[in-house]
Design a protein around this ligand. Structure first.
Ligand SMILES: Nc1ncnc2c1ncn2[C@@H]1O[C@H](COP(=O)(O)OP(=O)(O)OP(=O)(O)O)[C@@H](O)[C@H]1O
Length: 258
């Protein structure tokens, strides 16, 4: 049975009397512990869908359940970890102290998470920040800050992570490095991840499933299973199987832009 189930979901925004159908008739089944990427033209509703699944926004029509409960219930029980484009780090706290924020928040709200929190030091080491635990955010590059955001989400005890273009503000080389580190940390922790991206290579490399969306209205056009062996590493990008997915996704996406 799927862990995240989206049934016939539609979402409309009305702004200055003008209505936008951001999502229309979305159906999706996402397994627990899987990595699913959403890709599609700008404005096709990727972020809106992520927000509805994460209980940050309601939809007028349809239904979403996460582990059999509503997104709002799951959200108020801190069952979601969010990784935005730019992570929110407290400037007056060290990297290690920033790692503890989710627990302090949960302790205050007296929430016991089902999952154990990860060891913050180990998590920082696995994203290559072992030597920066006692540094302050101002001493970190953009890529390093994002690595703290990712490590913190994996250590947060939340079983589902929602990532909205977490690498979009980074240069190409840093982005590739973080993609590999995200893969490694995910393979250790196997949380359910919803990942919004514009990058085809990233989507294939990381995912079990890639959801291709189209715009006006935002719909799911294709769901592609990525049957590449795990654990994956850089070498897989050079294989003919990976290249086949690259060509397939590029073609399907081009259709959506035309
Ligand atoms: N709060 C809002 N009020 C009004 N319209 C909105 C709001 N949020 C999103 N929209 C509209 O809904 C549609 C989907 O937006 P959304 O941000 O979900 O797309 P996206 O696929 O994530 O885009 P991008 O790839 O550019 O980030 C767009 O037409 C957008 O203008």
């Amino acid at each position: 049975m799927s862990y995240i189930k989206v049934s016939n979901l539609s979402k409309r925004f009305v702004r200055r009397g003008q209505s936008t159908e951001a999502l229309s008739g979305i159906n999706l089944d996402i397994d627990q512990g899987s990595f699913v990427s959403f890709i599609g033209p700008s404005g096709c509703g990727k972020s809106t869908l992520l927000r509805v699944i994460g209980g940050l926004m309601n939809a007028e029509e349809g239904d979403v359940t996460v582990g059999g409960r509503t997104p709002l219930e799951m959200q108020s029980d801190k069952q979601f970890g969010f990784v935005p484009q730019v992570p929110a780090l407290f400037s007056w706290r060290t990297v290690l102290q920033n790692m503890n924020i989710p627990f302090e928040v949960n302790r205050k709200s007296k929430i016991d998470l089902a999952e154990q929190k990860g060891d913050p030091i180990e998590l920082l080491q696995s994203v290559g920040l072992g030597d920066f635990m006692h540094a302050y955010p101002r001493e970190l590059s953009g890529g390093m800050k994002q690595r703290v955001g990712i490590a913190r989400a994996f250590g947060s005890g939340a079983p589902t992570l929602l990532m909205d273009e977490p690498f979009s503000a980074l240069d190409e080389i840093t982005r590739e490095l973080l993609m590999h580190q995200l893969m490694k940390i995910w393979e250790q922790h196997k949380k359910t991840v919803i990942f919004v991206t514009h990058n085809i290579q990233e989507a294939i490399y990381l995912s079990d499933k890639v959801v291709i969306m189209s715009s006006r209205p935002g719909r799911v056009s294709y769901v592609i299973d990525i049957d590449l062996p795990r654990p994956r590493n850089e070498a897989i990008i050079e294989t003919p199987e990976f290249y086949k997915y690259l060509v397939q996704l590029r073609e399907l996406l081009r259709e959506r832009w035309e």
